[in-house]
Write a protein that binds this ligand. Structure first.
Ligand code: ATP
Length: 234
């Protein structure tokens, strides 16, 4: 459903991404892994229209979306949950979630989608009247993903959802990603947590300095000696 071909992004003299091609199929979790500055955020931002100038093509369900504005891309159901959560700290959990139901298709389904999010994330239901700033880091991340789900995504883009979280919470985030896949929503996830990402991903891509250096099924990459040496130190 998402087809990215020969995507390149340049910021002035910096070639942040070069000739990257990949696909996300229906019901798939696809991972993009790599270290700091590898081009992961740039990839998501180019897809969701936050980086305007790029070369290559991005097609979603057969429609070219690479010249659309960010809000037009959101209306087509590609929902980007940004790195760093970006919640509104002094609004309640429920208000933050409801803001996710802004796209036209999501507005009519707001109540139903809120029940769905609370069923996936019961802790958010308990805390729905609290200001977002009072949540723990893990709960804030869940709230950010919940807000993304409120937009009725047809594809969810997650940018480093485990950044700064304790190991147990990292597990929880990946369990949530797998639950989201089970509900039929495909997920494109960008991560530095290579092992977890590859364990959960049907297919994954490794970026280094803006170039894709490895690709394959998540489990196959985890068994790859070159990847294990470079990223797992074994
Ligand atoms: P991180 O894990 O640190 O977020 P990343 O893999 O997401 O890393 P990007 O943020 O995509 O990496 O950055 C890729 C390269 O592009 C880096 O060299 C970065 O410095 C550069 N870059 C990203 N955004 C900009 C920008 N707005 N202006 C100039 N250079 C940028």
């Amino acid at each position: 459903m998402l087809t990215v071909r020969n995507l390149s992004v340049r910021f002035g003299d910096v070639l942040a991404l070069e000739d990257f091609s990949f696909d996300v199929g229906p019901g798939q979790v696809v991972g993009i892994v790599g270290s700091n500055g590898a081009g992961k955020t740039t990839t998501l931002s180019a897809i969701s229209g936050l980086v305007a100038r790029h070369e290559g093509s991005v097609t979603f369900d057969g429609e070219a979306i690479d010249r659309l504005t960010a809000h037009a891309i959101v209306e087509r159901g590609l929902i980007h949950v940004p790195e760093g959560r970006r919640l509104f700290p002094f609004m309640t959990v429920q208000e933050n979630l409801e803001l996710g139901a802004y796209p036209r298709a999501a507005r009519a389904k707001r109540e139903q989608q809120l029940d769905f999010v609370f069923s996936l994330l019961p802790k958010l239901k308990e805390r729905r009247g609290q200001q977002a700033v009072t949540l723990s880091g893990g709960e804030q991340q869940m709230c950010a993903i919940g807000r993304g789900l409120m937009s009725c995504p047809r594809l969810l883009l997650l940018d480093e959802p485990t950044l700064g979280l304790a190991p147990l919470l990292v597990e929880e985030v990946f369990a949530l990603v797998r639950s989201i896949r089970e509900t039929g929503v495909p997920v494109l996830i960008v991560e530095q947590q290579v092992v977890h990402a590859l364990q959960s991903a049907d297919h994954a891509y490794v970026l280094e300095s803006g170039a894709c250096v490895m690709r394959g099924e998540g489990h196959a990459l985890l068994a790859n000696d070159a990847l294990r040496r470079a990223y797992l130190g074994v």
